[in-house]
Design a protein around this ligand. Structure first.
Ligand code: ADP
Length: 243
């Protein structure tokens, strides 16, 4: 398996406060589906921000797509960001743009002409089940529809990694399962998925999902499953029961 993300002794501190994340060491593998869980304030959003390059770590080493992020020059950051799609709990759609134009935005930013982007945008609208709502403004869409537009926008550039921060927090349980199926379909096409959620019920819906648990800014990884290769000391003393 190819590693796509590697953290080594990563810490993150906001300003002069205590560390929000401490001593994170793990490897994520290409094509896998990860759930990031933990109580409120555990550091889930902070860890995702490191992954989608909205924050730099205060210490430690992060490798992404086989490059060292800490020493990466600033002019290479946009190219890296294009390879990572992001979905938020509150959708973050541009309110005055239609569903079609929200989804087309990343392609326009990348310089694609209108004549070339119409087909891929229509295809992805169809894939998320919204082919009839392309002209609708976000405020006229339900929460589940808005989140499907947000997912379509996040994946229109075919990113290698999709990061989602509590993506089902603002939709009803049936829609949450449907959204998860979209993530699963993307994962089957090879996208590495990382979803932060504290919905245990949701996590049991994805059979091949692996769980990462944060507590107080530290990763709880008793079996060492997120390390490669696992250290023998990670496997010793683990009683196999979840805590
Ligand atoms: P979670 O997503 O698990 O709820 P967060 O990553 O949002 O956790 O927060 C982890 C810790 O970092 C919390 O103590 C929170 O108050 C702090 N924190 C998060 N964002 C900021 C910020 N921008 N400035 C200062 N402290 C922050």
């Amino acid at each position: 398996m190819d590693s796509i993300v590697q953290f080594e002794n990563v810490g993150l501190r906001y300003g002069t406060g205590p560390e929000a994340l401490s001593d994170l060491s793990f490897t994520l593998f290409s094509g896998q589906f990860y759930f990031l869980t933990g109580p409120s304030g555990a550091g889930k959003s902070s860890l995702l921000k490191l992954l989608y390059l909205a924050q730099r770590p205060s210490r430690g080493m992060i490798r992404l797509f086989d490059s060292d992020l800490v020493t990466l020059s600033r002019d290479r950051l946009p190219g890296f960001r294009r390879r990572i799609g992001v979905v938020f709990q509150d959708f973050r759609l541009v309110p005055h743009l239609s569903a079609f134009d929200n989804i087309a935005l990343p392609l326009r930013i990348a310089g694609m002409r209108d004549a070339d982007l119409a087909t891929p945008v229509r295809e992805i609208l169809d894939w998320v089940g919204l082919s009839a709502r392309g002209d609708a403004l976000p405020a006229t869409l339900s929460g589940g529809e808005q989140q499907r537009v947000a997912i379509a926008r996040a994946v229109i550039t075919r990113p290698d990694i999709l990061v989602a921060d509590e993506p089902t927090g603002n939709v009803d349980p049936d829609m949450a399962v449907k959204l998860l199926r979209l993530f699963e379909a993307l994962n089957r096409m090879g996208t590495t998925i990382i979803v932060a959620t504290h919905d245990i019920h949701l996590m049991t819906r994805i059979k091949r999902g692996q769980m990462m648990r944060l507590e107080g800014g530290r990763l709880f990884d008793p079996t060492g499953a997120l390390r490669y290769p696992p250290k023998p000391s990670d496997l010793r003393g683990w009683d196999g029961e979840s805590r």
